[in-house]
Design a protein around this ligand. Sequence first.
Ligand code: FES
Length: 126
Amino acid sequence: MPKVHFVSPLQDVTVEVKPGTTLLDAAEEAGAQVGHSCGGVCACSTCHLWVKKGLESLSEQEDAEMDRLDQAFDVRTYSRLGCQSIVGNDDVLVEITQESLSAFMDENPQIRHQLEAEGKWPLKKA
Ligand code: FES
């Protein structure tokens, strides 16, 4: 089964998933801090991810996803929406964008408060 590896300044987690799983579902299974304000129906861009490896093995990008990504922050050639990207047979390396991480913290105030207390959130500027 392919592995999906999620990285951010706060996390480094990997999960094995069945081909056909979305990156958003993989993130939830891994406990990765990926936002998903619309619940995974391509109606926001809070699940915006940068796919650093395995991009070509994911499902093709549809017009609706491209339209949504047009409204996202810091879009790159390897940007995908987690809820619209289906894992194929290859391993994938994903970086969680600041946009998605911020949305996750808004959706999970308890985790945000804990990270704030530990001095880990908000992220320090490099
Ligand atoms: S969760 Fe809203 S577009 Fe993916």
